[in-house]
Each structure stands twice: as C-alpha cells, then as structure tokens.
Design a protein around this ligand. Structure first.
Ligand code: GDG
Length: 476
C-alpha cells in the first residue's frame, strides 16, 4: 500500500530530489541527488510533514508515492512522447531560449504547448491530492508555470508560492509567446511569485499591468476577483557552510594539490564549470583564452584552462550542435598550442562528485563564469565559498544574476571578447592584496546570504500575503 500523504508543505518541482540507481543486489533503488534546493528545504520539510512532487526521470510509469530517508516523495509519470514535447520541447526548446534573451532561437509548436498544459495539469492534480487542508504549496520553475492557477481552481484553501529560477524576459520578448496570456494567468494563481532579481519582478508586474490590465501598486497586483498577488525578488544561494566545510577537508586539499601537480604546476589555473548549455558562454571564453595564447599574452606551461562541461539535455538538437562546436574549438586550440604533457585546455565532458568539485574550486586561481544570461549562477558562489584563505579571482559576466551581489568580481560583458581577454589577464596578474580585498567582501556576502535564508525568507513572506487566516508553517 502506498503511504497516505497529507502534507502541510508541498514542494512541486520538475524533478524529484532523487535519482534512480541499481543497488548492489541488482534491485532498483534511489539516491538523493545533490542540490542546494533539497538541502535548503529539508529541515522545513521535516518539521511540516513535507511532500515533494516531481518527475523521477525516465518513462517508468508505475511508481507509487514512497518515503525515502524520511521524506515523502510523489512521482509524476511522463510518457516518452511527453518527455519529448513537454520537457525537451516546450520547456527547453521554447521557454528556456525565450527567457534567456533569445541566445538561441525559440521554437513554437502547438503540440508542445498541448503537452505542457497536460503535464502541468497532472502535477497540479497530484499536489491537490497530497496537500493537507490549508497547506502551503511551493511550485518551482519554468516547467510548471500553469500549476498555480490549476491548483487554485482545485483547492482554493491552499496558500501557493511560485519561484522562477531563470530570468524573466523583457516585455518585448515575452510578447512573442503565442500562449503569453495563459502563462501570465497560470502564474497569477500564486499568492507570491518569486524571481531572482528585482528587475525580473518589475518586468512581470509591468507586463501584467500593460498587457492584462490588472491594477498594480509597487510589487502588488490586484486581481478582479479581489485577490492580491505579490511579485518580488528572492536571490537564491548555496549551502555556503556546507561548501566551506567540504573545501576544508584534508582529503579535498590534498586532491586540489594533486590536480595542480597533474597539470604540471602551472602559475595560473583558469577554471570553468557549467552544464553544457549555450547560455553559459563556454565557447566564447575558450576562444578568448585561445587568442591570448596566440598573442603570447599567456603561454602553455604557465597557464592552463580546465573546463568541466556537465552533460545536459543531450537529446535536444541545439545542445548536440553546441557540443560539437566546443569539441572542435578545444581540439584546435590544443592542436595549435598544446605540448606533450601540457595541454592548453583540459576539457572534461562529464559530471563529478561534490568533493571533486570542491577540489577543483580550491585548485583554481581564476574562476571564469561568462554566461550571456543566467538567473543567478551558483557556480560563482560555490567558488567563493571554497576560497577559505580569501585568495583566487572571479571573472563574472554582468549578465549573471550573481553579478548583482558579487560586485567585487572582475565583471565582464561576454559579447565583448577584447574586454573579456583584458579581464582574464588582469585577474590572473592581480596581486595577493587586491585579490584578498575582493574575495573577502564576496565571501562575506555569500556566507551571510545562504540558501537556508533564501528558503526561510520566501516561506515567511508567503505566509504574510493574501491576508487569509491560515496557520503558519512550523519554523526550524
Ligand atoms: C538554474 C539557473 C540558477 C554542475 N556540474 C556538476 C555539478 N554542478 C552543479 C553546480 C551548481 C549547479 O550544478 C549548477 O547551477 P547553476 O546556477 O550554475 O546553473 P543551472 O543548472 O543553469 O541552474 C541558474 C539555478 O537554477 C538555481 O536557481 O542559479 O541561473 O539557470 O550547484 O555545482 N554538481 C556536481 N557535479 C557536477 O559535475 N556534483
């Protein structure tokens, strides 16, 4: 019998916080997937009989709700065609590029939209089934923008929050979407809509005022049915203490030294870590590095670029093409400048355990984060948290949400390749005092604004909007 779930706090996200694995005896099992969202929400979930609704990955369709390590998990099944149309199609082929400033061209297909509606409805129905009376439901991200409205229709007693992890586009771009009205109406089902940056929240409120005609006052939207919705910024962060603790482990320090050793102990290790995604500006940063080698500003043996590109959305065409382009560029730069035992670029298309990530952060002199557009970018914050001795330098795109908090980074415009080259050189040549001054300020910001604080702030603001009389969540 599946457990009967009646939760006071329900998280609804595209993915469950676990991955399917095969146990030693060959039976199927689950392993907690690493991620800040789970660790941030875990304490409040435990204190409030929380449940998490999400897709378990794959197309296994007979999964019942289950309890894993004390957390109630509710799988939402997707068929193979829905994975194509809802996930790879509308979510990652339409919304992802549209919300990232058209870095790639979004495709609009009516059958993708139909699948998006059907899958959002399934998530909303599951949430309605497991939420206790007057419960709080927190819906996550761009794949599920219709859920708030669908859920409100099913369960008007609930308090509903929504958080968008990626940027919200300017009005002119959003207007391209044939289903723009439905998306806005979907989001307005929430009591509180959270964005990474104040600018995104302001874009949303303006759009609702100008295009839908609802009355707005500052960050509040007044709906004709008498409800008030608030749209505001809640910049996400990382488990900063967790990363700091990881980086301080002797095994991680030893691994960092080993990494540098195996790179030939160069003076400067540049590092990039990203999902292999066209928004992240991986190609352009490697090109900048290649030009610096060609011009003799940097030399192999003294400088090396380590790039980790974690596999992502490999069945989507644009991602396959990007992978080929980067493969070719890395091959060319290494062919032109590499020497036996000293490649110019050490490129890994794979994913690593958290310990190895922390060792890489510790091993790198210059962290290079150059997205064309990014909601926040947690990698930049993780690097900062791992620099225990206030050394190291961060080169950061102005177009990452993180740039609003990490002002002491070397900020760059990824469209300006010369500017980026200058910043890479400056960051690599800066003296220890300058680096320490910048890093100290950034560390203070990251350590004080961690992901626990993000979750607590959102949930406590959510309990204040709407003016309805509901019991607050138990705090931890
Ligand atoms: C979206 C928004 C926003 C990467 N490779 C490995 C690995 N990672 C981890 C990193 C980091 C996370 O994945 C990536 O987070 P980012 O923020 O950099 O980027 P997105 O995946 O695009 O995330 C973004 C975020 O949501 C949160 O709201 O900041 O703007 O696009 O934590 O460490 N982790 C492990 N092995 C890897 O190989 N263990």
């Amino acid at each position: 019998m599946p457990p009967q779930i009646s939760a006071d706090l329900v998280i609804v996200a595209n993915r469950l916080p676990v991955d399917r694995i095969t146990e030693d005896d060959g039976s199927p099992g689950w392993r907690r997937s690493p991620g800040g969202l789970v660790s941030a929400l875990e304490p409040v979930m435990r204190a409030n009989d929380g449940a998490w609704i999400g897709w378990p990955g794959g197309t296994d369709n007979d999964l019942e709700p289950f309890v894993e390590d004390g957390l109630s998990l509710v799988p939402v099944a997707l068929g193979a065609e829905e994975v194509e149309d809802f996930y790879e199609g509308f979510s990652n082929g339409t919304l992802w590029p549209l919300y990232h400033d058209l870095v790639a061209k979004p495709e609009f297909h009516r059958e993708w939209w139909d699948a998006y509606v059907a899958v959002n409805r399934r998530f909303a129905e599951q949430a309605a089934a497991v939420a206790a009376e007057n419960a709080t439901v927190w819906v996550q991200d761009y794949q599920l923008q219709l859920v708030p409205q669908m859920l409100r229709e099913l369960r008007p007693d609930l308090r509903i929050g929504f958080y968008l992890h990626i940027p919200f586009p300017p009005t002119e771009l959003f207007q391209q979407l044939p289903w723009r009205r439905q998306i806005l109406a979907g989001l307005l089902g929430a009591d509180l809509i959270g964005f990474q940056l104040p600018g995104a929240a302001a874009n949303f409120v303006r759009l609702v005022r100008q295009r839908v005609g609802h009355k707005t006052h500052r960050d509040l939207i007044h709906l004709p049915d008498g409800r008030t919705v608030r749209a505001a910024a809640f910049p996400i962060s990382i488990d900063a203490e967790g990363f700091e603790e990881l980086a301080a482990r002797p095994g991680v320090a030893a691994r960092a030294a080993e990494i540098r050793e195996s790179l030939g102990n160069p003076e400067t290790v540049f590092l990039g870590i990203d999902r292999l995604d066209y928004t992240k500006g991986i190609y352009v940063r490697l090109r900048a590095f290649g030009e610096l080698l060609a011009e003799g500003e940097l030399t192999v043996g003294h400088a090396v670029f380590v790039q980790v590109a974690t596999p992502s959305r490999e069945r989507v065409d644009q991602y396959r093409r990007l992978r080929d382009e980067i493969d070719r560029l890395v091959g060319r730069i290494n062919g032109d400048f590499g020497e036996i035992g000293s490649p110019a670029i050490s490129y890994m298309h794979s994913s690593y355990p958290r310990e190895e990530m922390a060792a890489l952060y510790r091993a790198a002199d210059v962290m290079v984060v150059t997205p064309y557009r990014d909601g926040m970018n947690l990698v930049a914050k993780e690097y900062v948290a791992c620099r225990l001795y206030n050394d190291g330098a961060l080169v950061l795109s102005e177009f990452a949400g993180a740039a609003e908090e990490l002002r002491q980074a070397w900020l760059v415009n990824p469209h300006d390749i010369n500017g980026m080259k200058a910043a890479l050189l400056e960051a690599s040549r800066a003296g220890p005092r300058e680096k320490s001054r910048r890093m100290r300020a950034m560390r203070r910001q990251v350590m004080e604004h961690d992901v626990r604080r993000w979750a607590d702030t959102f949930l406590s603001e959510l309990s204040c909007v709407g003016g309805r009389d509901q019991p607050p969540l138990r705090r931890v």
